[in-house]
Ligand binder design. Structure first.
Ligand code: FAD
Length: 421
């Protein structure tokens, strides 16, 4: 049956949702507060498609590690000190979620979401005119210390038990796999099935495809609330006083800003913005062919069209998009340690980019309908995996709106999971 769907947010999640809804022949409107050509978290991230990320952020050991890091502004994880009830509540929920039991339940689900999304990427890449730089060469987790390598080897073993290919490499084997770059490492874990792409090209092409499917875009428009009647949203209120948006189904894909819209419906969607930065060297001294994570520093390194992007840090500082130079220097310091041919001066004049990752406290996205309102769904909270899981999320939401049983059980991802706690 045909229906009208309104999607709030034009990042990778909103665009993927628009694509899979429009493919079903539904009338789709996508609203974003930014203009048609815009920036945001989905554009200059590291572009990694990571089946290897099956352990959620909320995992045993992360609380102790986070507490150690959070006082150091140059560390991979930093919480800007501020008095905030939401932040305290998020921290408590993160701590409660960081259990072996949570990891045991979450890991197979994250694997399945990744695999489903990967299939969507392959389908999109095979469409005529697609060229978003998909490279299927795997990912290296580079470790400078034996301790980190041991930990990663244990994760690799867990991955293999889940059916995810992973190999532990000594420094010579790592160098042989990617001879284009000199690495100072104790070893690596190689995930051969991971991929990478050029994210801004992917998002821009997806937007063009969505437009070609007949989706209406409403740019420069902020959704500010809802008109609800008899338990159903009938319109989304927008800035400008005028045009409210009418639809049969509404989907909130507002990234780190989603909790504001959920609050209007009295839905608690705990979330913190996790700011990250990237720096792209247009002409790097050396160019790897395989993307890598500098494990101890939590910095992602991705070759893209002859350039090399370094991305990282998680800064919990509210909905604040300012660039913090101390955090950026942390990325540069890590790059020159793992890749000794590189100098800090290589980054002179390179403009840092920043994006706000939408981070739920249990490290799992919110995907599905909310009981708060019969025709409103949520798709957000993908934190460090929004690119990887974007198309799969769009496909799942389309299944939900169609009234089909989704291909993946969404119980653990319910947007209502914190509403009563
Ligand atoms: C440094 C860095 C590196 C990363 N690397 C990777 C990676 O390698 N692989 C990976 O999978 N992920 C990666 N990520 C994460 C990924 O970028 C995010 O998870 C993803 O982009 C989130 O997409 P989104 O659509 O949910 O949010 P966004 O891209 O933030 O989009 C949300 C949109 O909603 C709009 N909006 C919000 N509220 C409203 C409103 N009320 N009215 C109208 N519009 C609204 C905003 O304007 C925005 O355009 C990285 C992130 C960072 C910061």
């Amino acid at each position: 049956m045909s229906k009208r769907v309104a999607i709030i947010g034009g990042g990778v999640i909103g665009l993927a949702t628009a694509y899979y809804c429009a493919r079903r022949g539904w009338g789709v409107t996508l609203v974003d507060r930014n203009p048609e050509r815009r920036d945001g978290c989905s554009f200059e991230n590291a572009g990694m498609l990571v089946t290897s990320h099956f352990v959620p952020l909320a995992a045993p050991g992360m609380v102790a590690q986070g507490l150690k890091w959070m006082w150091n502004p140059a560390s991979p994880f930093y919480v800007k000190p501020r008095l905030s009830r939401e932040l305290l509540d998020w921290g408590i929920k993160f701590w409660r979620a960081a259990t072996p039991e949570h990891v045991r339940r979450a890991a197979p689900l994250l694997r399945d979401l990744s695999i489903a999304s990967h299939r969507c990427f392959e389908e999109l890449a095979a469409l005529p005119g697609s060229d978003f730089g998909l490279v299927r060469k795997g990912l290296l987790m580079l470790c400078r210390t034996a301790h980190a390598l041991d930990e990663e080897a244990r994760t690799a073993e867990f991955g293999r038990a889940l059916g995810i290919a992973a190999e532990v490499l000594d420094p010579g084997q790592a160098a042989a796999l990617d001879p284009g770059i000199r690495m100072d490492v104790a070893g690596a874990v190689y995930f051969p099935k991971d991929c990478h792409l050029t994210p801004d090209r992917f998002v821009t092409q997806l937007q063009d495809r969505v437009a070609a499917e007949g989706v209406d875009f409403v740019w420069n428009t902020d959704v500010t609330g809802w008109r609800v009647e008899a338990g159903r949203t009938i319109r989304a209120a927008t800035t400008g006083g005028g045009d409210e948006i009418e639809a049969d189904e509404f989907v909130v894909c507002g990234g780190a800003w989603s909790p504001q819209l959920a609050r209007e419906l009295d839905l608690r969607l705990p979330m913190q913005a996790g700011k990250g930065y990237s720096l792209t060297l247009a002409k790097p001294r050396q160019l790897p062919t395989i993307c890598a994570i500098l494990t101890e520093a939590r910095v992602a390194v991705t070759p893209m069209d002859g350039a090399l992007r370094f991305a990282g840090t998680m800064e919990i500082a509210g909905l604040n998009e300012d660039i913090n130079p101390v955090r950026v220097r942390g990325i540069i310091a890590a790059a020159t340690k793992y890749y000794p041919e590189f100098e800090p001066s290589d980054f002179d004049g390179v403009a840092p980019w920043r994006g706000l990752r939408p981070c739920s406290p249990d490290g799992m996205p919110y995907i599905g309908r909310t009981a708060k309102c019969a025709n409103l769904s949520i798709a957000t909270g993908h934190a460090m995996m929004g690119m990887s899981l974007g198309p799969g999320t769009g496909e799942l939401i389309a299944q939900v709106l169609a009234g089909e049983t989704p291909q993946i059980d969404l119980a653990l991802l319910s947007p209502d999971r914190y509403d009563r706690r």
